[in-house]
Design a protein around this ligand. Structure first.
Ligand code: TYD
Length: 213
């Protein structure tokens, strides 16, 4: 019987550098010869990518909070059933740029729906599947605004473009989630160069990498 693979999600607010860190981890695992699948949310399958477009460039006046949360949960359901679970079943590593903890921080925390609602939606949509480890990339608020000004040049999507209070609430929610469940999260200091942060990520995941290496 093939041993189940390992599922790692990168989380954090906008401009924390988590996408770069997800890519660097994928490259490091591939270099060690592992079967590794790089994916992202919202997205990862054709259906979920179509929902991504609806979420980030919404038609009309945009979504109310409950519809937004349902769309994220629907995209995740397709992603979990068609990509994540089959990859884990064949023994692969799955590295996802965002997963359910984004819904908990954005829709549940900043969006005001509450954690219980998001957890219930996730149970319904995806059987409550959790990463083996969620890496929360945590960066100073000042550094984030400087990076975002450079990256988006004031041209962000429907959720990234929400006001500073919303994003401060997202960051606070992520920290609270990590503090409340230290077994599920590793918090990594995202200040510094991508290489510096990458070595912190490897260190944080050392307990999972070693037996396989
Ligand atoms: P993306 O361009 O991937 O942003 P980033 O580079 O910051 O990850 O867009 C994803 C946006 O969707 C981002 O603003 C976070 C938001 N989001 C949620 O609000 N809830 C979720 O469950 C997920 C997965 C993402």
């Amino acid at each position: 019987m093939v041993e189940r693979g390992t599922f790692i999600a990168f989380e954090g607010g906008e401009g924390t550098g988590k996408s770069t860190q997800a890519r660097l981890l994928v490259a490091a695992l591939a270099e060690r010869g592992f079967d590794v699948v790089a994916t992202r949310e919202p997205g990862g399958t054709p259906g979920a990518e179509a929902i991504r477009t609806l979420l980030l460039a919404p038609p009309g006046d945009g979504w109310y909070p409950r519809a937004e949360a349902l769309l994220f949960a629907a995209a995740r359901s397709d992603h979990v059933d068609r990509l994540i679970l089959p990859a884990l079943e064949r023994g692969a590593w799955v590295i996802s740029d965002r997963f359910v903890d984004s819904s908990r921080a954005y829709q549940g925390g900043a969006g005001g729906l509450g954690d219980e609602t998001i957890v219930a939606l996730h149970q319904l949509g995806s059987g409550g599947v959790r990463p083996d480890c969620t890496v929360l990339v945590d960066v100073d608020a000042g550094t984030v605004s400087a990076r975002l000004a450079q990256r988006d040049g004031g041209d962000s999507d429907a959720i990234g473009g929400r006001d500073a209070a919303y994003h401060a609430q997202v960051a606070a929610s992520f920290r609270a989630l990590a503090q409340g469940d230290p077994g599920a999260f590793r918090v990594v200091d995202g200040n510094g160069t991508p290489e510096e942060v990458h070595s912190r990520v490897l260190q944080a995941l050392g307990h999972m990498l070693e037996p396989a290496a």
